[in-house]
Ligand binder design. Structure first.
Ligand SMILES: Cc1ncc(C[n+]2csc(CCOP(=O)(O)OP(=O)(O)O)c2C)c(N)n1
Ligand SMILES: [Mg+2]
Length: 383
């Protein structure tokens, strides 16, 4: 990615340090492009046209969608929901760095990435209702979105199992000679204590598999703080033990997340192997709709991170660049709110899941035993 060269004649205030290399910053330093006040602290590299604006729109949209989905849960209309509040920068910055042909294996909070890659909003919402509008037939807990077109694989509820699945997919692509495609695996800080995490990174390192690990270090695993999760100085440093680079990024700096993960994706695509990227962020909300963080964490901590909100920071930067204003935001939010309202209305009006789907989607040809069970169900309980 070509860095925009600072002109020698630029006024001093405009002159910034050269774009830092995320790999040079390493697993102990923090890669950052824009600080908490929205000021660029380094040369922001040339980005695809319109991408920074799309980042803000997608973050605003996810924040609004999360609130609406949480409201639905509180009203008893869906059973469960996990918001990404505070983590939108790490989520979208990392997610946007992958190509449409790459395969993504998310954790709980990356639904915005599925939308970014083209999953229909109605399918996102229907997955949470688990009704007949849900392409996955209501078979999973809410938030387990999956979309084949977006190459977005459902999260696995058991923490960290998706990390080994991603390495398996990456290895398969490598063996088939399709190593120009990359697998992405997301995980939380808590996942780094699981056996699957260590096995996955170990094999990825040995095979030089085309995979990028993105750890959303939101500093809590439900009620377990990071200090009880690990004695390592950072999470990124763990990568060194598995023979791959570890990079630590300011996870509330969407541009830094994008640039760091894009560098890792390109490296994997070139056949140079995996990278582990730690995005340092904070979960502003509860772990899920079943959680009350005031029971175990000091609200003053959350208050500090409220000021580091990735939306505030990116909006401030875009505004200073002359690329965003209140009128544009108001119009975007009004249109998004309507889109969400309409999609919820459409989805909620759908019929329950068709009972016949209990028997579909596993066998190409239904075995006799299953066919018999279906016949008996239909006889005993006619629809
Ligand atoms: C193997 C396993 N153990 C425990 C749980 C219960 N559980 C669900 S989420 C979670 C915490 C995950 O924390 P982290 O990995 O930091 O992700 P975050 O939710 O903070 O994004 C736990 C313990 C689980 N789903 N799977
Ligand atoms: Mg966590």
């Amino acid at each position: 990615m070509a860095a925009r060269k600072a002109s020698a004649k630029a006024p001093a205030a405009k002159r910034r340090a050269a774009a830092p290399d995320p790999y040079a910053v390493g697993p102990l330093g923090l890669f950052q492009l824009v600080d908490e006040d929205g000021k660029a602290v380094a040369q922001v590299p040339e980005l695809p046209e319109g991408l920074p604006e799309r980042f803000l729109e997608a973050m605003l949209f996810q924040r609004a969608l999360d609130q609406r989905m949480l409201n639905l849960q509180r009203q008893g209309r869906i059973g469960f929901y996990g918001t990404a509040k505070g983590q939108e920068g790490a989520t979208l910055g990392s997610g946007a760095a992958f190509a449409p042909e790459d395969w993504l294996f998310p954790a709980l909070r990356e639904g915005a990435v599925a939308l970014w890659r083209g999953m229909a909003l109605e399918h996102y919402i229907a997955q949470c209702f688990g009704n007949g509008a849900d392409p996955t037939h209501g078979r999973q807990m809410p938030c387990h979105y999956s979309d084949r077109g977006a190459r977005y694989v459902s999260l696995s509820s058991p923490i960290a199992t998706q990390v080994s699945q991603a390495v398996g997919a990456a290895r398969a692509m490598q063996v088939r000679g399709e190593g120009q495609h990359v697998a992405g695996a997301w995980m939380g800080d808590g996942a780094t204590s699981e056996n699957d995490f260590h096995a996955a990174l170990n094999f990825a390192g040995v095979w030089k598999a085309p995979v990028v690990f993105v750890c959303q270090n939101n500093q809590w695993a439900i009620s377990v703080p990071l200090s009880m999760q690990t004695a390592s100085e950072t999470l990124a440093v763990k990568a060194e033990a598995y023979g791959m680079p570890g990079v630590r990024v300011d996870g509330n700096d969407v541009l830094a997340c994008y640039v760091a993960v894009a560098a890792a994706v390109e490296r994997a695509r070139r056949g140079e192997g995996p990278t582990f990227v730690e995005c340092l962020t904070y979960r502003l909300g509860g772990h899920s709709s079943s959680d009350d963080p005031t029971k175990y964490r000091d609200e003053s901590e959350a208050a500090i991170w409220e000021k580091r909100d990735p939306l505030l920071r990116h909006r401030a930067w875009l505004t200073a660049e002359g690329r965003w204003d209140d009128a544009r935001e108001e119009a975007f939010l009004a249109e998004s709110g309507k889109r969400i309202t309409d999609a919820i209305a459409t989805v909620e009006a759908a019929e329950p899941v068709d009972r016949a789907t209990l028997f579909t989607d596993v066998w190409a040809t239904m075995p006799a035993l299953l066919a018999d069970q279906q016949r008996r169900l239909d006889e005993d309980l006619p629809v």
